[in-house]
Each structure stands twice: as structure tokens, then as C-alpha cells.
Design a protein around this ligand. Structure first.
Ligand SMILES: Cc1cc2nc3c(=O)[nH]c(=O)nc-3n(C[C@H](O)[C@H](O)[C@H](O)COP(=O)(O)OP(=O)(O)OC[C@H]3O[C@@H](n4cnc5c(N)ncnc54)[C@H](O)[C@@H]3O)c2cc1C
Length: 468
């Protein structure tokens, strides 16, 4: 994009839209040019705030006319650099497109604009005893469009699956400005390949999602939150297997290492909910059978678990407040670790059956080759998803630490490949994992993916440089 082309583009924007439509204020450029990766420097040329799909279409037509690169931006909570504008792009923020339609209680759907905040969608549906089951720590800021573009995972994937399962239809705008209605609100539509699915998880490289028809689920009734101390990963998996065989629906099954708990309790001035210190902990949320005997069934299951020696200690939340407190420990790990040290993050997954051998070989790798690094790990066990965090030793120079982490990543990714896993489980590829994509995707797949990108965006202007 030349400066002259950009000036002509910007003059058309100023002539066509209202004053609030565009900002070049340095603070806004900084805020809207970034996501939550904290690795790259935001440098967008301008940020635009459309309010309607038609405005998005007009802007994209102008961008195509002047060859202006575009970065779609949602709640900016992404952790892969997908929404980073680092080379003078035009950021299109969907944050003003946040309207939510009425909840259809018979079809159990709701149509929303892409900028609707995830948690506000939950609140919108709650009075109807329904919810959109996409749930994680950043739901107070992330947007539906961003969730769909990243095919977000989160803590309830074990029960409901990824975001992909909860989208019936999409409205998207392509770089040419074409508005596509993909599948509307149809549950069934067997008329060939489903284009909507291409946009789910596409990280903004194919087009801009402007509206979505979301599929809803009835709110679960008798939820119980439990917290256990266990010996090691082998015990975590045995406990997981036990609860899978139980009469309870598993809503969440999260594990975390002791240093995660230590960071949260120290940073937030909290007490460890358990008297026993262990290497590993499990936070479990289950839906108890809604019968008179539901609680008895849970108590006798717990008795069996304790008697078996599988858990070292445990607690069951006695009130919604206690349940929230246990969850807040889990959800504060990211932030509290970041207060403690500079953290290098990896979000990986292997098949559940490979978790134990993978974790053992990962520890062996770090112990033998990167002994100075401290690893803090948590994960969504039912999905085989682990968040592996390397903490910078206080005395080590940050540049050297990053260099060493990148070396260690190559070995870690090779291990993941050996265990038939993925280098990105739920955060996407963006800029951060682009160079490592070949550990998970074959050359033949990459050729096909590039071909798909070309069909939707022949000039390569939509979120350029992301994913591949
Ligand atoms: C504390 C914390 C906890 C998190 N926990 C989880 C978790 O458990 N599971 C999980 O999956 N993720 C998690 N994340 C990551 C992040 O919240 C998700 O990836 C989320 O879905 C991103 O949504 P967003 O609106 O913030 O998107 P953004 O960060 O704004 O954008 C993400 C990507 O989507 C594209 N995009 C955004 N909006 C659109 C649109 N309308 N059309 C087309 N493309 C678009 C962007 O270009 C970018 O590539 C967490 C993040 C934080 C900070």
C-alpha cells in the first residue's frame, strides 16, 4: 500500500462516513491494534468502527479499490497475535456492532451482531434458562465474532465441544464487499460443503463475520464444583476416567500444577482451599442427577474415590459463593503467573490417551536440556489440552530467555508431533505459531489452505501474514 493510495482511501472514508467512524488517535491505534499476546508492537494506520454490515461492505470495497490491508478486530483477548496490526493496516473493530436479537425459545437460537460480548450473550439468554455454552476466563471482553473466528475452546469443551458446534449460521463480508448469508438458522441443510464452517476458526483471513445465529442449550441445573489434590498426572487421568464412568455429566475437568496454585494464593492473598500440599490439583464441575437421591449418589461416589486412595485431599463447594471462589483460583492463574515472572506460553493438545506419556517425556526434556526453567502447567484434561508456561528465571536476561524458549519450543513441538498432537489447541495460529504450523499441518494441507484463501481474498488483503 502506498502513502498516496492510503491518503485517497482515507479521504473517501472521511467524505463518506461520520467523524466518529474513524480514529487515528495514538492511544486508540495502540489499543485497537493489539490483542492480548504482548509480544508484538501495534502499528495500525487507522481504526474504523462500522455499526452495520452494509458499512463493513462499503469499507471493504474501498480497501479493495485502494489495495489497503485489513485486520478484523474483536474483543482483543486473542493469545496468538491474530488481531495484531503491525504493518500499517486498517483495523476494522466490530465493537460497535453489538446488538442482540430476541431469544427464540422454541428453536433455542439467538441472532447477534459479531461485536456482542460473550458474557453479555450469556446474560441475554439466562432469563430463558438458556445459554451459549462458550465459556472461559476472557468472556467479559471477548466478542462472538472473535470466538467464532478462533473456534474458541475453553472450560466447557468436554461437555459441549468447541464454538464450532454452537453456530448455526453466519453472515460474512468478503474482501470484495459481498455479503454472504451462510446457512441462516437451519439445523439441517445437506446441500454440499458448508461454507460457514470455513469461516469458523479462520482467524479473520477469509472475511469479516458480521452476524451469527447461535445455537443455545438449556442451563444445567444441579452443578457441583469439587477441588482435589492428587499425586501426579497418572492420578489425574485415573480420576478423569472414574468421573467419566460415573452417573454425572462432566461439565469441566481442569488440572493445574502446584506452582499455579502457589502463584494465585500468594498474589491474591488467598488460602489454598486444601490443607494438603500436592504436586497437582484438579478442579471438576459436574452436573448431579436431578433426582431426590442425587446428592446421595454424589456422596457415595466421593466416598469410593477417597477410599481408593486416588486423591490425597479434596473439597466440595458448599455454596455458589464457594464454587465461584474455586473457579476464580483456576481463572486467575494466567494473570497471577504474569505478575510473578515473564512467561513464555504454549497451548498444545495431544489425544487424551497420549497425555501421560507426553507429559512424562516433556518433563524429561526440560529436566535434561532446560533445567533452569520452571514450568507451570494447567489444562483442560478431557480435551487433551495443556497450557505449558515457562517462567523466566529472575537472573536471566529477557532476550536470552526468549531465545532459549524458542529453541526449547522446537523440541517440544517435535515431541507433540510424535504424540500426534497440535501446536495450538485453542488459541489459534495468528502470528505467534505461524512458523511452527508445519509440525501439525502437512505440506499438502497447506497448499489446499492457501488455495482456499486465494478464492476468498485473491489480493491477500484480509488479515495478511496471519496463519500461513
Ligand atoms: C485470560 C484469558 C483466558 C482465555 N481463555 C481461553 C480459553 O479457555 N479458551 C480459548 O479458546 N481461548 C481463550 N483465550 C483466548 C481468547 O479469549 C479467545 O481466542 C477468544 O475467542 C478471542 O475473541 P476476541 O473477540 O477477543 O478476538 P480477537 O482477539 O479480537 O481476535 C481473534 C482473531 O479473530 C479475528 N476476528 C475477530 N473478530 C472477527 C470478526 N468479526 N470476523 C472475522 N475475524 C475476526 C481476529 O482478526 C483475530 O485473528 C483466553 C484469553 C485470555 C486473555
Amino acid at each position: 500500500m502506498s502513502a498516496a493510495e492510503f491518503s485517497k482511501f482515507f479521504a473517501e472514508i472521511e467524505n463518506t462516513f461520520s467523524k466518529e467512524f474513524a480514529t487515528r488517535d495514538p492511544q486508540d491505534l495502540f489499543e485497537y491494534g493489539k490483542d492480548s499476546t504482548k509480544v508484538f508492537e501495534p502499528k495500525p494506520a487507522v481504526v474504523l468502527f462500522p455499526k452495520t454490515t452494509e458499512e463493513v461492505s462499503r469499507v471493504l470495497k474501498l480497501c479493495s479499490k485502494y489495495s489497503i490491508p485489513v485486520v478484523p478486530s474483536g474483543g482483543r483477548t486473542g493469545l496468538s497475535g491474530g488481531a495484531m496490526a503491525i504493518q500499517g493496516e486498517v483495523v476494522i473493530s466490530l465493537s460497535k456492532m453489538n446488538k442482540m436479537g430476541p431469544v427464540d425459545t422454541m428453536a433455542q437460537t439467538v441472532r447477534v451482531q459479531a461485536g456482542a460480548i460473550t458474557e453479555l450473550v450469556h446474560k441475554h439468554c439466562e432469563p430463558h434458562s438458556l445459554t451459549w455454552p462458550v465459556d472461559f476466563g476472557s468472556k467479559g471482553s471477548s466478542e462472538v465474532g472473535g470466538n467464532i473466528a478462533t473456534n474458541a475452546g475453553g472450560v466447557k469443551v468436554i461437555r459441549y465441544g468447541n464454538t464450532r458446534n454452537w453456530v448455526l449460521g453466519l453472515q460474512v463480508v468478503t474482501m470484495a464487499g459481498d455479503i454472504l448469508e451462510l446457512n441462516g438458522s437451519l439445523e439441517k441443510n445437506n446441500t454440499g460443503p458448508d461454507l460457514k464452517q470455513l469461516f469458523i476458526g479462520s482467524e479473520g483471513i477469509l472475511g469479516i463475520i458480521t452476524e451469527a445465529t447461535l445455537k443455545l442449550v438449556t442451563l444445567p441445573k444441579e452443578l457441583q464444583v469439587l477441588f482435589f489434590a492428587v499425586e501426579d498426572m497418572s492420578a489425574v487421568l485415573k480420576l478423569f476416567h472414574e468421573v467419566r464412568k460415573s452417573p454425572f455429566a462432566v461439565m469441566a475437568f481442569e488440572t493445574m500444577t502446584h506452582n499455579c496454585i502457589e502463584a494465585v494464593t500468594a498474589e491474591l492473598g488467598l488460602k489454598n482451599p486444601l490443607a494438603t500440599t500436592a504436586s497437582t490439583y484438579v478442579l471438576m464441575e459436574i452436573e448431579q442427577p436431578v433426582t431426590e437421591k442425587g446428592r446421595e449418589v454424589l456422596d457415595s461416589w466421593l466416598e469410593k474415590i477417597f477410599e481408593s486412595g486416588l486423591v490425597l485431599d479434596g473439597t466440595l463447594a458448599q455454596s455458589p459463593r464457594e464454587a465461584r471462589d474455586l473457579w476464580s483460583i483456576r481463572e486467575s492463574i494466567n494473570e497471577c503467573l504474569a505478575h510473578r515472572a515473564f512467561v513464555h506460553k504454549n497451548d498444545v493438545a495431544v489425544p487424551v490417551a497420549e497425555l501421560e506419556p507426553f507429559v512424562a517425556s516433556m518433563h524429561a526434556l526440560f529436566e535434561t536440556k532446560h533445567g533452569t526453567f520452571e514450568i507451570a502447567m494447567w489444562g483442560h484434561i478431557g480435551d487433551g489440552n495443556l497450557h505449558i508456561n515457562t517462567l523466566k528465571p529472575e537472573a536471566m536476561d529477557k532476550g536470552l530467555f526468549i531465545e532459549k524458549c524458542h529453541e526449547a519450543d522446537q523440541e517440544l513441538f517435535a515431541l507433540i508431533q510424535k504424540h500426534r498432537g497440535t501446536i495450538s489447541a485453542e488459541h489459534g495460529v495468528g502470528l505467534l505459531k505461524k512458523a511452527a504450523l508445519h509440525f501439525t499441518r502437512t505440506p499438502a494441507e497447506l497448499v489446499l489452505l492457501r488455495g482456499i484463501k486465494k478464492v476468498f481474498d485473491p489480493a491477500g488483503l484480509m488479515n495478511p501474514g496471519k496463519v500461513f
